[in-house]
Design a protein around this ligand. Structure first.
Ligand SMILES: Nc1ncnc2c1ncn2[C@@H]1O[C@H](COP(=O)(O)OP(=O)(O)O)[C@@H](O)[C@H]1O
Ligand SMILES: CC(C)(COP(=O)(O)O)[C@@H](O)C(=O)NCCC(=O)O
Ligand SMILES: [K+]
Length: 245
């Protein structure tokens, strides 16, 4: 079995796959390395190798990779930047600076549908990337995601305070908020959704209606009701399989 790891800025997503399939028998979301090891321990005996993508610093990525290799007794290959992969050409002036999670999501989107696409990834940051029908990455956008939006308000004000239980129930609707939790959660959610809708309008004005809209990331569920957005939770993992076959 192969261990796949996607190290974002907030969480490490992982899953274990039977080699040659896309069916994961185990998987999870870990906030720390110890939580990751705890989760992986259920299937660690069956692992034969691993592959990893990380947007953390080179030093942290290297350290994480080598400690996992040691503990699990497998070798782990790490996705590296490239100018071209799977028929997609990286659109950055300096291709190595494009976030690897963005790059792999783009490559995966094009491997699913070789046509023009908008790829949205909603995590710590929210990113939007455009690909032409011929596989040219046109570039993209980076904005704060939900965790950063609410955190900025809480850290730069004195009275914006509420607990996580209030936050969960506040976000169920979008009508004007009648408490701090409702006002902030709905305000941030509206910002996020407006960003996404603007990206969709831009993609349609660039490519016409012949464009696929992909969404992934831990907060993608917040926008999947927007018509024709295709939610692919494992988009980054699918790209990782192309980068590290
Ligand atoms: N099981 C989960 N554990 C943690 N966060 C989750 C989970 N499911 C959804 N989320 C949401 O995912 C967001 C983080 O998304 P993610 O794509 O993991 O970010 P990153 O790649 O930046 O680490 C959080 O804001 C949280 O609301
Ligand atoms: C934009 C990101 C911070 C998104 O990270 P995430 O929200 O998935 O943790 C990451 O892709 C990154 O660090 N990119 C490097 C800068 C760039 O893509 O231009
Ligand atoms: K992201």
């Amino acid at each position: 079995m192969i261990l796949e790891l996607d190290c974002g800025n907030s969480f490490i997503k992982w899953r274990a796959l039977q080699v040659g399939t896309n069916d994961s028998l185990w998987g999870g979301v870990a906030a720390s390395v110890s939580e990751l090891l705890q989760g992986v321990s259920a299937c660690s005996k069956q692992l034969t190798r691993g592959r990893m993508v990380s947007v953390r610093s080179d030093a942290e990525t290297k350290q994480l990779c080598s400690s996992l290799e040691k503990v699990l007794g497998i070798s782990i290959s790490c996705a590296r930047p490239s100018r071209e992969l799977g028929g997609v050409v990286n659109g950055y002036d300096d291709y190595a600076r494009l976030g690897l999670d963005r790059w792999l999501a783009i490559v995966a989107a094009y491997s699913i549908d070789a046509r023009a696409a908008l790829v949205l990834d909603l995590g710590t940051a929210v990113t939007a990337d455009l690909i032409s029908a011929s596989g040219a990455h046109l570039g993209g956008y980076i904005a704060p995601g939900m965790p950063l939006l609410r955190h900025q308000l809480q850290t730069h004000t004195q009275r914006v305070r509420y607990d996580s239980v209030e936050a969960v129930s506040a976000a169920r609707e979008l009508v004007p908020g009648r408490s701090t939790a409702e006002a902030v959660e709905r305000g941030c959610l509206l910002m996020l959704r407006s960003f996404v809708k603007t990206q969709i309008e831009y993609a349609r004005s660039t490519f016409g209606n012949d464009v696929s809209l992909f969404a992934t990331g831990g907060d993608a569920a917040l926008i999947t009701d927007i018509p024709v957005v295709r939610y692919v939770p494992d988009l980054v993992f699918r790209g990782l399989a192309v980068a590290c076959p």
